[in-house]
Ligand binder design. Sequence first.
Ligand code: XIL
Length: 379
Amino acid sequence: MNQLCPLLATVLIATGCTQSSADSSLPSLADLYTESFKIGVALNPGEIAGDEPTAAELIAGQFNAYTAENDMKWERIEPTEGNFDFNVADAFVALGEKNDAFMVGHTLLWHSQTPDWVFEDENGDPASREIVLARLKHHIEAVVGRYQGRIHSWDVVNEAFNEDGTWRDSPWLRTIGPDYIARAFEFAHAADPEAALYYNDYNLFKADKRDAVVALVQSLQTEGRRIDGVGIQGHYGIGYPPMEELEASITAFGNLGVKVMITELDISVLPFPSTAQQGADISLDLELQAELNPYIDGVPADVSAALADAYRGLFELFLKHADVLDRVTLWNLTDASTWRNNWPMRGRTDHPVLFDRQNQPKDAYWALVNLKIYHDREN
Ligand code: XIL
């Protein structure tokens, strides 16, 4: 039996601690946290299709907000100009409607996972501002327009800033110029005036990046543009990031009058090869080293407990700021589907989320269940 289960059994009906299957007898994280914030999950095509019944039960029972892990990114949805592939995105939206989930569109504008043609003219040279702007407008109108009223919120722009708060030298900046973010928000708002619109990035606990995003939100607000929230991605490790800095960012964004979401939470248990590169730069592809891959056959109890502690610490902070925090989304359902198995190096065995490779709840899951139960008893 899970070591935290007896705690739970004292306050919940004993069925919560079964080890036999990841079934509906588990307490629902989404229900437990419903008064505080949404609990979301990123889904891959197999999960969207419902390939594994136990995974499908977790998705329906544990989470009330869904993000498509890859299938609404530009390269998937408009791989060549004007040719849209909405197959998986349609299935994603249908699943959300079936399960009555809050739907997040990820993402309309990013420098990664965007095809080169978007930025090139017919000779392969950089396209003009007018052409790239027209492509952006057409893409956003097509995608946001198709799901108007069904995708409730959009990560409009993803990862526009460097670690020092300067603007990322992306093809968007180079071709359109510094108003590209405002234009993206303008086009998204026109395509669905009801949809909530977010700016999303990693390492937003860092003061320079925090300040850059504060300035961006203020400038959009000054222009009278709709911006509803800042998404803090949250690809973390044990002991990372510093909690006071993360808290300072949640407070700084909340003080702007926008909501805050933790949009891509995972906590790697593996050593990060170079702390300077911690974050979520998906172009990072370090060489596989066996000594950095210590838990191929599973995690020892102390590591499992450390992961549970790390999740508990973060959620304590999130509960403290539930007034501004709208959602916490786990980036992947299980340790089998986590992208951290292949980032920052390919071929490792990581264990960063709440359900294991057999779709079973981990100590970290029970830590979050128990945290909320005790939190509610004390408040
Ligand atoms: C990741 C996916 O999880 C991977 O499957 C894919 O190969 C690369 O992108 N920041 C983001 C997410 O905004 O879209 C990224 O997702 C992780 C980092």
